[in-house]
Design a protein around this ligand. Structure first.
Ligand SMILES: Cc1cc2nc3c(=O)[nH]c(=O)nc-3n(C[C@H](O)[C@H](O)[C@H](O)COP(=O)(O)OP(=O)(O)OC[C@H]3O[C@@H](n4cnc5c(N)ncnc54)[C@H](O)[C@@H]3O)c2cc1C
Length: 156
């Protein structure tokens, strides 16, 4: 990172960004140009490994692309604030963000899918005590992304 003073290195602060961000932008390899899709997400740490979970339809362009190449890029951000000033050149913008890469898997196992859906619910509601019928779990597309590396940055 060029501006080292903005780099975030503490795990607690990564967790704050993960908790505060509600949209992750996923980038897929496509034939001619990258394909970027914004989606909501859930997440969890399994010891030192970070997993993101994404739900949606069981078909579509992002699923077709990741079947061809499961490597994805991602970005999420939060704490947006415009900082005003007397001169245009002194205006700035505050933010916290994470950029990373990972490997995506389309989940098929019922209980792993349910767990992923509950992690999404937990992120949005802070609750995991939802009773989701098997039919709904089976009817939902679920992607697990194992994060291979990421960096975090904040300007606040
Ligand atoms: C804030 C936010 C949160 C979202 N959360 C979710 C989520 O949790 N789960 C989920 O599945 N979807 C979510 N969406 C919708 C998501 O961005 C995609 O539209 C959706 O997942 C379908 O993607 P796909 O690749 O299967 O597209 P397809 O239905 O296969 O369509 C592909 C075509 O549609 C265009 N397209 C697809 N999505 C968009 C878009 N968002 N904006 C403009 N053009 C688009 C593409 O450029 C491409 O040409 C969210 C969107 C936003 C803005």
């Amino acid at each position: 990172m060029r501006r080292k003073e903005f780099e975030v290195t503490e795990k607690d602060r990564f967790d704050e960004i993960l908790a505060e961000a509600h949209v992750v932008r996923l980038a897929f390899f496509d034939q001619e140009f990258p394909y970027i899709v914004p989606v909501n997400f859930g997440y969890e740490w399994q010891e030192e490994r970070l997993f993101l979970y994404v739900h949606g339809a069981r078909q579509g362009k992002k699923l077709s692309l990741l079947k061809e190449n499961p490597k994805i890029g991602f970005e999420m951000d939060c704490r947006h604030k415009l900082i005003t000033a007397d001169e245009a050149s002194k205006y700035t913008y505050h933010y916290r963000s994470i950029i990373g890469q990972g490997v995506a898997t389309i989940l098929t196992d019922l209980e792993r899918k349910r767990h992923a859906l509950l992690k999404l619910m937990e992120h949005e509601t802070k609750r995991m005590d939802f009773d989701i019928p098997d039919k709904q779990v089976l009817g939902t597309g679920l992607i697990q992304i194992e994060v291979k590396r990421f960096t975090a940055k904040e300007r606040i």
